[in-house]
Structures are given as structure tokens and as C-alpha cells.
Design a protein around this ligand. Structure first.
Ligand code: ATP
Ligand code: MG
Length: 360
């Protein structure tokens, strides 16, 4: 039995959502690309703008933060988490405060004025990170990007933009004006495979738990659940939650029963997050798939959307592919029937998905 003042955790913070591990496994290529793009800043020349694209929990934020943390103080860097700072004024205040090192006025001044002051003050190359850029309105993105991209010309500053997005279509949202000046290199972040997730999760177990506290069987189950959902973050969450569950029942070892006990509730929360990030067309398609009793042929479903919503063929297939990438639906090709008909299957619990659609 585990005493009331004992713990099976060696270091619980390795499971925190914003914990930055010292090693990012299976992301060598992305780290190299990011480093190479930023490198010119260290030589006081212009960094290469970079767009990091990939599904949730594929290491975009972590790799960018890691590379920034390795830079010395010859480079100015500003990290902006876009969903948290949704307005141009708030974003510009953050940039102003980092560069000018004093507080921006709360109001009474145009954000373009803050921008001017920042650029005049800037005496080092600047790396500007727009993390989760697809979570703010595209008009704001275009406005801000245009302003910053023109700065080298107007103020003689060196400036590199790193933007991350989960939506691979993000570049299409950029205005022609921005497109004309935004020349970037793209870094792709594919989903982690089963073995990759296993390596990453094992590292957390070794760092986070007392030796032997996490049973192999329980660990296997976490890896399986994480890789089924395609969400590494879910795996990290399960490790900690299962650990806490084992402690609650006074056990020195995390067993599969602990994983099962925290799985359902956790799956709901994670699914709700994915669903809440979908746009209205995507939600509509997801809803219909989950309202149907059986699997449906992609073509039949398309005909429905064409008739009811007037959705284009291309748009419809883009949505289906996205839902598949997010592990919300599965495709199965029917080889018996006529040609290669693609059937769409529900991948998650229908009640949970429909509830998430209602709530968000
Ligand atoms: N290669 C890796 N090695 C170790 N941990 C990783 C790795 N990639 C991601 N993680 C961990 O997975 C979680 C999600 O990673 P991160 O926040 O970087 O993903 P993201 O691509 O930015 O996701 P989102 O699109 O949702 O913002 C974090 O807890 C992070 O520490
Ligand atoms: Mg991120």
C-alpha cells in the first residue's frame, strides 16, 4: 500500500500541457529545418519565414519553443499564442512590450502607432511567432502579416515570421497582397505513428514516475489509446490521470484498470476539443455521419450535401479528409461492390460526438 504522504510520481510537471521536454523525439527533420531558417538572424541577416503545418499535438509549438530557447540574446523573439490574444491591439502590445521593455498603454493609441514605435526601437533581428494562427480571424492575420512583412523595407529591420496552423489550407486564406510579400518555407508535421508515440510516452514515464510504478500492461494500453485517437496529448493526459487514479486507490503501481477508469471521461474532453475547433460545414458533415445508423458511401453522402447545402464536390471531399485526419471518421474501401466505393464509418462513440456537437 502507498502511504498517504507517498507518491508514485518522480516529477509530475513532465505531464503539464506546457512542459517543454529537453528532447523532442522523431522531430529531427523539423528541428533542423526550423534552425536553418532562423540561423541567418544569428548572423544579423534576414531569417526565412516559416509556416509549420500539421494536425493537433504533432509538436509544432514544442519544436518552435525549443529552437527559440536555444537562441542567445543577439536575437529578439516574441511568442504570440493567437487564440489568447485575439485582437491586433493585444498582439501588437505584446510585441511592443517585448521589444521596448515597458508596458503598452491600455488604450487611446492606434495599434499601428505601437507598431511604429516598436520598429523604431528594434536594434536586433526579430523572430515573431504566431502560434495557432488559424484561430484568429483571417482579416486580422492578413492585416498584421502585411504590416510586419513590409517592415524590413520601411524600417530597415531584420524580421522573420514563424506561423503554426493545424489547417493545411491556411495559406489559401492569405490575401493576394500578403501572398505577394510572404515567401515562406513550409515545415510539415505528420501524425506520430504507433512506435513514435510509444517512444515519446516512454520518455515521459521514465521521467515522471518512480521506477517500476507504471506497469508494462498499463503503458501498452495508453499507447494503444493514444495512437487510436491520433492524439499524443491524450496519451500524456492518460499517463498522469492513470497515475493519480492508482494513488487514489493507494496502489504503488499503475495497472490497466487505472487507465480504463480515466479513459472514458478523458476521451470526452479531448473529443469535445477537436469538435469545437471545426467550422460549421465540417460540423454539419460530421453530424450527418453520426446521425446515420450505418456506414454510408461517400458518393451518397455527397449527393445529399449537394442537394441540401449546395456544397461543392471539392469542398465536401476536403472536409471528409480532414475528419479522417482528425480520427473522427474512418474510410473503408469496398472491394466487392461496384468499383472502389469508399464507405465512411464512425470512429468514436456516437453519443459522445453528438453531445460535443450540441455543446460547442
Ligand atoms: N517529439 C516530441 N517529443 C516529446 N514530446 C512531444 C513531442 N511532440 C509533442 N510532444 C508533446 O505533445 C504535446 C503536444 O505538442 P505540441 O503542443 O507541440 O503540439 P502542436 O502541434 O503545437 O499542437 P496544436 O496544433 O494542438 O497546438 C505536448 O505536451 C508536447 O510536449
Ligand atoms: Mg501548438
Amino acid at each position: 500500500m502507498l502511504g498517504w504522504d507517498e507518491t508514485i510520481f518522480r516529477s509530475e510537471e513532465v505531464f503539464d500541457p506546457d512542459f517543454l521536454p529537453e528532447v523532442l523525439l522523431h522531430r529531427e527533420q523539423q528541428l533542423n529545418q526550423l534552425t536553418a531558417n532562423i540561423m541567418p538572424a544569428l548572423r544579423s541577416s534576414s531569417p526565412v519565414h516559416t509556416l509549420c503545418l500539421g494536425p493537433p499535438a504533432t509538436g509544432k509549438t514544442s519544436t518552435v519553443r525549443y529552437v527559440l530557447s536555444q537562441l542567445g540574446d543577439t536575437v529578439e523573439r516574441v511568442y504570440i499564442r493567437c487564440p489568447a490574444l485575439g485582437t491586433p491591439y493585444k498582439i501588437m502590445s505584446r510585441v511592443f512590450e517585448s521589444v521596448c521593455r515597458h508596458q503598452a498603454p491600455q488604450a487611446g493609441i492606434a495599434y499601428t502607432k505601437l507598431f511604429e514605435k516598436t520598429m523604431e526601437k528594434l536594434d536586433k533581428p526579430l523572430i515573431l511567432v504566431f502560434d495557432d494562427v488559424n484561430f484568429i480571424s483571417v482579416d486580422i492575420v492578413n492585416e498584421l502579416l502585411y504590416l510586419f512583412l513590409k517592415a524590413p523595407e520601411e524600417y530597415g529591420v531584420k524580421l522573420g515570421i514563424i506561423a503554426t496552423a493545424t489547417d493545411v489550407k491556411f495559406p489559401l486564406a492569405l490575401s493576394p497582397e500578403v501572398g505577394a510579400v510572404f515567401h515562406y518555407s513550409t515545415v510539415h508535421y505528420p501524425l506520430y505513428g504507433y512506435e513514435e508515440m510509444k517512444d515519446i510516452l516512454r520518455w515521459r514515464v521514465e521521467r515522471g514516475f518512480v521506477e517500476g510504478a507504471f506497469s508494462d500492461e498499463a503503458f501498452e494500453r495508453v499507447v494503444e489509446l493514444a495512437s487510436d485517437s491520433g492524439d499524443l496529448r491524450f496519451g500524456i493526459y492518460l499517463l498522469r490521470a492513470a497515475g493519480l487514479n492508482a494513488e487514489r486507490r493507494g496502489s504503488r503501481r499503475v495497472e490497466p484498470q487505472d487507465v480504463e477508469a480515466v479513459y472514458t471521461g478523458g476521451a470526452k474532453v479531448f473529443l469535445a476539443k477537436t469538435v469545437s475547433a471545426l467550422n460549421s460545414d465540417e460540423r454539419e458533415v460530421l453530424k450527418i455521419v453520426y446521425l446515420l445508423d450505418e456506414e454510408v458511401a461517400a458518393g451518397d453522402l455527397y449527393r445529399f450535401f449537394q442537394k441540401e447545402v449546395g456544397m461543392s464536390y471539392q469542398r465536401f471531399y476536403e472536409i471528409l479528409n480532414k475528419l479522417e485526419r482528425l480520427r473522427l471518421v474512418d474510410f473503408i474501401f469496398d472491394k466487392k461492390g461496384r468499383g472502389r466505393t469508399r464507405y465512411i464509418y464512425k470512429r468514436c462513440d456516437a453519443d459522445v460526438v453528438l453531445e460535443a456537437l450540441r455543446e460547442f
